[in-house]
Unconditional design. Sequence first.
Length: 435
Amino acid sequence: MKKLAVLVILLLGVALAQQNVTVTWMTGNVGRNVDFARSMAQRYMDLNPHTIGGQQFNVTVNVIPGPESATDRLALYLQFFQVRSTEVDIFEIDVIWPGDLAEHLVDLYQFEGFREAAPAFFQSIIQNNTVDGRLVGIPYFTDAGILYYRTDLLEKYGFDGPPATWTELTEMARVIQEGERAAGNRDFWGFVWQGNAYEGLTCNVLEWFYSHNAGQFVEPAGIITVNNPNAIAALEMAAGWVGTISPTGVTGFQEEDARAIWQAGNAAFMRNWPYAFSLGQAEGSVIRGLFNVAPLPSGDVEGGRPAATLGGWQLGVGAYSLNPAVAADVALFITNYEGQLRRALELSQFPTIAAVYEDPALLESEVAWLAELLPVFLNSVARPSTISAPQYGEVSRLVFSATHDVLTGREDAETALAILELDLEAILGLPTGQP
Ligand code: GLC
């Protein structure tokens, strides 16, 4: 009897010492991101109770999907931060935002486990996420723009492999589109990409420019180079696709709009991020087994080279979170080796922990190409977020608005880039020059 009483008191004590805490994670919302986040949250909860900072916690991880567009997501985060909202604890942070958002994110290094974990991640991303010595985001997955192409159709029209240059892509897309339409598919298009006025267009434009040896809008050394002859040529090339090899509606497309046409089997080529691979290969997909991925083409100019925009997401903890230590512990768990391997296998996204690329489970899987295309990520070109922080959001808005006007025929490329140069000069106060 006495023993039982002691046991009850002991159990009660443990239960009381265990604090119940709910943390809210606003997740990405493209492809299968939300489902994956829910399953990772469940894994963390299955391991309850967690000992964090010497205390026991019984944690509920509440997953809420954020806006699909990175541009809308940034606007929403800024609203949360402005009113010091405690609603969201864990934020998914785009690779371009650490500089703009640092003041609203906690330094993860103050919590246990982060100093030990950091060396395993790609140091370039850790550096990107470190602002004034503070780690404001733990790398979750990384991204790079890639070319998807239909292997069956390339073969059918007698092409040996994916296009090496944009000129080749344009020509191949035209031939395949004409052929497929003549064969009865009126909905078929040569090339789909992201032309809506949002962050995704900035990514596409950077690839067109950099592959044409036309710089990266603002160089890391602090020179605005957006107005140059190769950039004008690259933009004119893209404007020429609209309504020819790409639907007119492409100027309203985000990632999932492009993927919808591609995955219905109605496009020869697509520019997108790696996530579209797993979805295209899923059970029941009409293009399953009929496509492959490759680096994006080079510009047909002196110094032309393939270029992929660096993308990717980090998990950051909001400065106004009521439970930052618990939120940080969840973020560390979600981004750990096992989580990254699972993400690569299930969602075909580039891990941010280098060793995962050597894991036999990855190398023997359908996504072994992630390891093959690792150089595409390693050589990817960054948007000018560090040099323009905390104004990158505004820089990108100017870039995608100006280029969108050219794609929709409202402005010619030469004028649009001349005005863009002036606008960038006005907000950044940096000198202009040639790339
Ligand atoms: C992807 C990239 C991200 C980029 C966004 C643009 O999510 O990972 O970096 O800003 O696409 O749409």
